[in-house]
Design a binder for this molecule. Structure first.
Ligand code: CLF
Ligand code: SF4
Length: 280
């Protein structure tokens, strides 16, 4: 399924990660969210959230006030200031598990209301925070969903911590997956443009991809981004998909929902054009 350009522009406003022109439009990531409330088997927590980043690079944590100053300095730069269209929060942990995320959006939005605001999450807290996100007038949201079946999810998520209680195995996965899909449904219903990231983990969740696509399309997601696993931690033994295998999965999935193929698995403090951005 290709993204018709008139529909795409109306929905995404040129957002580089939703099919907008990523050679012209850039983003600033603000690394203000250190804590996480789940454990993904491909994450070792020495690095940024692996649902939107690659290992080997870590971000310096910023306070909300420092984040605002960081945005000010980039927007004042003659070259970078012209390309920045989006302010994103994508880690280093889960943005919804950190109140600093909300404070940062409020601060930056009050000074740069013309920018688009974007966030990426594992989705565990999405149903209960959706009203807070819409109150901020968040433009776009990414939810990483790796399974529909809790038995598959249990092989990807060793544990989930929800309101102070640890859940393991299928119980934890079922809670997480339920909140992810409900969160996507509510976000779309509230007018956010929703992208679903899925980490393709060969031998574990291959068969889940079309099931995820069917469900999130029904719930109103706009586009899906299938990312190759970068093996580490509990899933370090998994062989990542070849570029050819990844493309085969994306092409099949395109029959169900739009595909984003431009992802560069950014770090949580990236700034500039996707793929060409420096981290200041
Ligand atoms: Fe950042 Fe993510 Fe928003 Fe983009 S990144 S929070 S949706 S503004 Fe983009 Fe980077 Fe891929 Fe993410 S290329 S890792 S998809
Ligand atoms: Fe790591 Fe992100 Fe998963 Fe949290 S949500 S465990 S930070 S990959």
């Amino acid at each position: 399924m290709t993204i018709a350009s008139c529909t795409k522009d109306r929905v995404t406003h040129g957002h580089p990660c939703f099919g907008g022109n990523r050679h012209q439009n850039g983003r600033i990531h603000l690394a203000v969210a250190p804590r996480c409330n789940i454990k993904c088997g491909y994450c070792d927590r020495k690095h940024d959230c692996a649902n939107e980043s690659r290992p080997g690079v870590t971000s310096r944590l910023l306070s909300p006030q420092e984040a605002l100053e960081h945005v000010r300095s980039i927007m004042a730069d003659d070259e970078l200031g012209k390309v920045i269209k989006v302010i994103g929060i994508a880690g280093p942990g889960d943005p919804l598990a950190n109140e600093e995320t909300f404070e940062t959006f409020r601060l930056v939005k009050s000074e740069f209301p013309e920018l688009l605001f974007c966030m990426s999450t594992n989705g565990l807290l999405l149903p209960e925070r959706i009203k807070d996100l819409t109150a901020l007038n968040l433009h776009s949201l990414t939810v990483t969903i790796n399974a529909v079946d809790p038995s598959v999810g249990a092989r990807i998520y060793p544990h989930v911590i929800h309101h102070g209680t640890h859940y393991r195995g299928e119980e934890g996965a079922a809670l997480l997956i339920g909140n992810q899909f409900e969160g996507v449904r509510l976000a779309a219903e509230h007018g956010l443009v929703v992208k679903v990231n899925t980490v393709l983990t060969p031998g574990i969740n291959d068969t889940q991809i079309p099931l995820i696509a069917d469900k999130v399309r029904e719930y109103g997601a706009f586009v899906m981004n299938i990312m190759p696993i970068i093996p580490q931690s509990e899933l370090s033994h998994v062989a990542p998909p070849s570029p050819e295998d990844l493309e085969t999965v994306r092409a099949a999935n395109e029959q169900i929902i739009n595909q984003f193929r431009g992802c560069r698995q950014c770090r949580a403090d990236a700034a500039g054009l996707v793929g060409g951005g420096c981290a200041l």
